[in-house]
Design a protein around this ligand. Structure first.
Ligand SMILES: Nc1ncnc2c1ncn2[C@@H]1O[C@H](COP(=O)(O)OP(=O)(O)O)[C@@H](O)[C@H]1O
Ligand SMILES: [Mg+2]
Length: 376
């Protein structure tokens, strides 16, 4: 349930209406972490388009050319054969469906435009691209190229990105600010001590993630010099610290490995799905039959923090896996200072990894296959 955002919802409806009328366009949704970009895209996915394509940048695939495009365009690859031969060859080579071709960015850009236009032959297409700041550069360039030429193609493209990242000059922008007071008051949980509630409402500045998470650390005094981002990270860190060792071990692997593939994560951690239940109950992760994802990108960094053992000595590994876990979050919500330095990038080996098995998925990490969903 979205509180507020009526104006933003109206902008998105108008964009889709334009596509329905045979024109089309693009909107870049911007805002800091937790402000509600993904939630707005989730809402938009329910609009009445003939086809909704969803994709996005994945932090650890930012160096993999075409990773973003392959996520987004997979459902419409059947239209490839209708593209002009050079565009078809460029895209087919990029997606491993034909002989590898030297990536000609112009042809790829035209190919993306043509593919979307073909897909819109049956009705308006809505493309929702989350976390555009993490798109690989080839995908970002191609999408921006196509975005500037969408008028008349029946395609509405929405790109969500953090403030100050993912330059998209000349494209229409919609900046998400904090929720209005009345909406914030509806979102914050009931039953808080009135003083605490008042303080959190002031501190959160309408940031929905903060409104949801800060009550969990409501007993804490506000950090004297800390901003909202520190408080949020502390909230997530507190939840992780409260979990049993076995659960933390799985989360460590999940944060470091980031395929989102439940089986891969459990095997790498030598764990059972039941070990994840406490993390689900703490609303740090969402677990489905085959996938595991952090509820918000900011839930992951605390999971990679080195923890002290019961004896007080620092947990170490003789050859610690290189942690490919999330970089420390950047871009503080609200006006607080930037977050503190992120968690260490040297992680302990999950204690439950059985002999002979990789203790960290970092040891087995492969580029995520193009079917995986973006993680935020
Ligand atoms: N308008 C809203 N009303 C209610 N909950 C919201 C709203 N916007 C965001 N949320 C919730 O706040 C949290 C953070 O939002 P999210 O969309 O993940 O932020 P972002 O993608 O900008 O980092 C999520 O749990 C989301 O469901
Ligand atoms: Mg998001």
């Amino acid at each position: 349930m979205l509180y507020g955002r009526e104006r933003e919802q109206e902008r998105l409806r108008e964009l889709l209406d334009a596509a329905r009328d045979g024109s089309g366009g693009v909107l870049v949704v911007r805002g800091g972490p937790g402000i509600g970009k993904t939630a707005l895209l989730d809402w938009a996915a329910g609009l009445d388009a003939a086809l909704v394509l969803r994709g996005g940048g994945v932090e650890f695939e930012a160096d993999l050319p075409f990773a973003g495009l392959s996520l987004l365009l997979r459902p419409v690859l059947g239209h490839l054969e209708r593209l002009p031969a050079p565009q078809r060859a460029a895209l087919a080579g990029a997606f491993g469906l034909g002989p590898a071709a030297a990536a000609d960015r112009l042809l790829v850009g035209f190919g993306v435009l043509s593919l979307l236009a073909e897909a819109a032959g049956d009705g308006p297409v809505l493309c929702l691209v989350d976390d555009a700041q993490w798109l690989d550069s080839v995908s970002a360039d191609a999408l921006l190229f196509a975005a500037r030429r969408l008028g008349g193609e029946g395609v509405a493209l929405v790109l969500a990105a953090r403030d100050g990242e993912f330059a998209a000059p000349g494209l229409a922008e919609l900046r998400l600010s904090g929720l209005a007071d009345a909406d914030a008051a509806r979102l914050i949980e009931d039953g808080l001590d009135p003083g605490v509630r008042h303080r959190i409402l002031a501190e959160a500045q309408g940031n929905p993630l903060a409104l949801i998470e800060l009550p969990r650390v409501a007993g804490d005094e506000p950090a004297a010099a800390g901003g909202l981002s520190e408080r949020l990270l502390a909230a997530f860190r507190g939840q992780v610290d409260g979990l049993a060792e076995a659960t933390r071990a799985v989360l460590l692997v999940a944060a470091a490995e980031d395929t989102g593939d439940l089986g891969v994560v459990l095997r790498a951690a030598g764990a059972q799905v039941g070990d994840l239940r406490p993390a689900e109950q703490a609303r740090l992760v969402e677990v489905s039959a085959a996938a595991l994802r952090f509820r918000h990108p900011w839930c992951a960094p605390p999971c990679t923090t080195v923890r002290r053992s019961r004896s007080g000595s620092r947990c170490t590994s003789r050859s610690p896996p290189r942690c490919r876990g999330p970089r420390p979050p950047t871009g503080a919500p609200g006006t607080g200072p930037r977050p503190p330095p992120g968690p260490t990038t040297t992680s302990p080996r999950p204690s439950r990894a059985p002999p002979g098995r990789p203790a960290s998925a970092a040891a087995t990490a492969r580029p995520r296959p193009p079917t995986s969903a973006p993680h935020s």
